[in-house]
Design a protein around this ligand. Structure first.
Ligand code: SF4
Length: 336
């Protein structure tokens, strides 16, 4: 397991000459690369290496970049709880992850020293949820909730299941991809029937081991969705996105969201403009099954919520087909 610059140099993922600069990056933003991910890195700048190997450019912060780009804090009534939409809350029981992504939108908050919610904070968050019958969904995120010990996770999920107005339990995780060995019988029993959103950005992340772990989760009753981030040098071509979404489907993971990169500090090297993202998705339309089509979304800065950002097929003149040809709409809304 690589956890520092020394580990990167020993693994041949960074030259010794960069050690001092990368130490500065690592002092600011956590570093971790699991053996499963390390095995996938062919060169430091390949689509896997770029996601996890720290880079001196992370020390360059641009004026528009924000420590909390999606505005969690503006909607956080209690530590570890975010209540942005009326029917759902985010709960962040831990702020540790199996790997630390260099483009993470919570990079200022996650890391090995960032700890977990205390029992008192968990009690307060659950009481908040209990008192609000309009909340029907709890989303466990972090950090990565599958980094919790199975017993603690089982206890938390069981307490949430006892709240009568909670219909949906959803967890967001990198673990089945980054450390499939954590998907143990204990963890499967702890989870039970939940919605599990798997974070993956490149087709090569769906290894045999990861796919086997996902199959076990599926058999244990988890409904699997995929979320990805559009990233320069990782998946910024129609071919790379097609391969990623097809790999997800083969692993029984329905592509759910493709996120526009949130402008967290030091992440500019991953930025792909929205117009380019819309073009890439338009290229996929008609070329891949609709099952392989995620919603391309943007989290509006300041905590104003997440919205789809296209591509669009309707305009004042009618509707465009997948090849881009316009067609007028007949009365009643049917294209002719
Ligand atoms: S796993 Fe998620 S929370 Fe953790 S570093 Fe990656 S993007 Fe951030």
């Amino acid at each position: 397991m690589i956890r520092d610059t020394e580990g990167l140099v020993v693994a041949g993922l960074a030259p010794p000459s960069m050690r001092a600069t990368l130490d500065q990056v690592a002092a600011r933003y956590a570093v971790a690369i699991t053996p499963a991910i390390e095995a996938l890195i062919q060169t430091p700048n390949d689509p896997i290496g770029r996601q996890f190997i720290p880079d001196p450019a992370e020390l360059d912060h641009l004026p528009h970049e924000l420590a909390d780009p999606i505005g969690d804090e503006a909607h956080s009534p209690l530590p570890g709880l975010v209540h942005r939409y009326p029917d759902r809350v985010l709960l962040k029981p831990v702020l540790v992850c199996p790997v630390y992504c260099r483009f993470c939108f919570r990079r200022e908050h996650v890391g090995p020293g960032s700890g977990a919610m205390t029992p008192t904070q968990i009690d307060a968050a659950l009481a908040y949820i209990e008192q609000r019958p309009g909340i029907s969904e709890v989303i466990l995120t972090g950090g990565d909730p599958l980094m919790l010990a199975s017993r603690r996770l089982a206890d938390l999920l069981s307490r949430l299941r006892q709240i009568p107005h909670i219909d949906l339990l959803r967890l967001h995780s990198r673990v089945p991809i980054a450390d499939p060995s954590r998907i143990t019988p204990d963890l499967l029993e702890a989870l039970g029937p939940v919605w599990l959103v798997i974070h993956a950005n490149h087709a090569r992340e769906f290894t045999q081991e990861a796919t086997a772990a996902l199959a076990q989760l599926h058999s244990a009753g988890a409904s699997l969705l995929g979320q990805s981030v559009l990233l320069r040098g990782v998946n910024d071509s129609a071919q790379a996105l097609e391969s990623l979404f097809r790999a997800m489907l083969r692993a029984r993971v329905k592509p759910y969201y493709l996120h526009q990169l949130d402008p967290a500090p030091g992440t500019a090297r991953f930025h792909v403009p929205i117009e380019e993202g819309r073009r890439l998705l338009a290229e996929l339309r008609g070329r891949v099954t609709g099952l392989a089509w995620p919603t391309y979304v943007l989290d509006i800065q300041g905590g104003h919520g997440k919205v789809p950002i296209g591509p669009d097929y309707l305009d004042a003149d009618g509707v465009r087909d997948p090849s881009g040809q316009p067609h007028p709409l007949a009365r009643g809304g049917t294209a002719v």
